[in-house]
Each structure stands twice: as C-alpha cells, then as structure tokens.
Design a protein around this ligand. Structure first.
Ligand code: HEM
Length: 261
C-alpha cells in the first residue's frame, strides 16, 4: 500500500518535520521526556512570537500608532500568560523522572534558551521608542500618570508595557516554584545554587522608569497629604506590639447549667 501524500494542512504547517523534532519512544529516557520536550519546544516558539510582536510594537510606537500598539501589547500579554500557565503541566513530573531526563540533557540549562535571551533583551529595544514619542509630544512621563484620562492612549501603552514586566515576573515566579517542586530548594545546579540565581532574576525590572514613576507619583501625593500618608513618607512600618508571652490565662468558669423545668 502506498503512503498517502501529505495534505495541504500538513504541508503548510510542516507537520511531519515538526513531529520528528521529539524523540521516538525507543529513545526516551522515560515516558515523561515527551512532555518535557514538548513544553520546552513550544515555549521556544511562543517566545519567538513574543520577540516578533515586541519588535512590531517598537515599529508602531516609532510611528505614533498608539491604538495598534495597545492591541499588540494585549496579544503579548496573552502569549506570556500562556507561557506561564504551560509551566504547570510540569508540576506533574516526578523528581525521579526529571533526574532521568537530566542525565540525557547533558549540561543544557534554561539559561541558554535563545527565546528567553530575546525576552530579556527586547524590552530595552522597545522603550526608547515610547520615550521619544513622549519627547516629540513634549509630555513628561509623570504627566501621563498625573492625568491618565488626558493622555489616555499614552497611558494605555505605558500600562501595557508595565504589564509585560509584571508577566515576566509571573513567569519567573511560577518557574521558581516548578524548580523547587522538582529538584528542591538547596540542591546546587550546574551554575551554583539555583535558588540564589533564580531569585536574583525576580528583582529584574524591564521598564524601570515605569516603576519609578509610581514612586514619584506616590511621593507627590504624600507631600500633599502628609497626614494620610505617614507610611509612604517614612517608608517604615511600625510593627504591631507583640502580645505578652506568659502563662496561659486561666479558663473562664463555665456558665451554670440551666435547671430543666
Ligand atoms: C521540571 C522542569 C524544570 C526544571 C527542574 C528547571 C530547572 C532550572 C534551573 C535549576 C535553572 C537555573 C539555571 C541552571 O542551573 O540551569 C533554570 C533556569 C531557567 N529555566 Fe528552567 N527548569 C524547568 C523547566 C523550564 C521550562 C519549561 C522552561 C521554558 C522555557 C525553562 C526555562 C528556563 C529559563 C529561561 C531559565 C533562566 C531563568 C532566568 O534567568 O531567570 N525551564 N531552570
């Protein structure tokens, strides 16, 4: 019997090539290696798309096309959400199965992911276009935040950008939980103690000026409302007084029983 010729669907999407990119069952270290490969390969594709959309966003911003920029940002958010939730499929991987995969992974590390490297680099390529738009329009970033309804479109873009930042943190948070769940917290990995390395990443800001503007705005409000903002002005929290530690209070006597009528 001759093999059926590939359909247009298979030809267009190059399905045969795509499905050859995962190890066949006979070569897998354990059955779950398929899940591990699929999640990582799919992640590389989604990250490629985010990089592409971010570059599109840069071009739209440079032309001042704000409504389209907001639409592109919405798509980027959706894909980043998908990347984060896809990590959860690996919550079903047992530590011992991961160890089997680790043996065949060699010295490979997520830090070498080309897609993730682009996700780390591309925000710095986008932000200058937003800034030069502000300069062209003679608007300071803080004014956008002081009057979000006056500068509605710019505000939407700024908020869309910070939500990209937020989602990168969400990915990193979810990934850390996955790592701890799979290989523990103290285990040294290829690059030293992974918990220290990964937790450093959690403090990275991709659009630092969009975080600072919040401090500035809040600072202004604190100056104008000193009584309502003592926490914001001092930056310290007065702890609640600890309850005194001592012998447990004697039990309250039981109420007398009512006599049955
Ligand atoms: C069971 C699943 C996973 C484990 C145990 C794991 C483990 C780790 C560890 C230990 C690191 C620290 C660097 C190193 O020592 O190699 C790391 C980093 C990383 N992994 Fe994973 N990983 C898992 C799944 C994933 C998935 C599905 C992706 C998707 C692309 C991914 C992408 C990355 C990236 C991008 C980094 C660098 C993170 C950063 O710089 O903040 N990992 N991973």
């Amino acid at each position: 019997m001759s093999t059926p010729s590939p359909t247009d669907y298979e030809l267009y999407l190059r399905v045969p090539e795509l499905l050859r990119l995962q190890k066949p069952p006979s070569e897998r270290a354990c059955p779950d290696e398929l899940l591990f490969q699929v999640v990582h390969q799919a992640a590389e594709l989604w990250m490629k798309l985010v990089d592409h959309e971010m570059q599109l966003l840069a071009a739209l911003l440079s032309e001042g096309r704000l409504a389209e920029s907001t639409k592109t940002l919405r798509r980027i958010h959706k894909v980043l959400d998908l990347l984060t939730s896809s990590l959860e499929t690996l919550y079903t991987l047992t530590p011992s199965d991961y160890m089997r995969i680790r043996e065949v992974l060699g010295r490979g590390s997520g830090q070498e992911s080309p897609g993730f490297k682009r996700l780390l680099a591309v925000p710095a390529e986008v932000y200058p276009h937003f800034e030069s738009l502000l300069t062209k329009r003679h608007i300071h970033l803080i004014d956008v935040y002081r009057q979000p309804t006056v500068h509605a479109e710019l505000f939407q873009v700024a908020e869309g950008l910070i939500d990209v930042d937020l989602r990168m943190q969400e990915w990193r948070n979810r990934h850390i939980l996955l790592v701890y769940r799979t290989i523990g917290i103290g285990t040294p990995s290829l690059k030293g103690k992974h918990s220290e390395l990964l937790e450093r990443g959690l403090r990275q800001q991709f659009f630092p000026k969009l975080w600072t503007v919040r401090d500035d705005l809040y600072g202004e409000w604190s100056m104008a409302n000193p009584s309502g903002s003592s926490y914001a002005l001092t930056g310290t929290i007065t702890p609640e007084p600890e309850p005194p530690v001592g012998p447990l209070p004697a039990r309250a006597p039981k109420p007398p029983r009512r006599k049955a009528k």
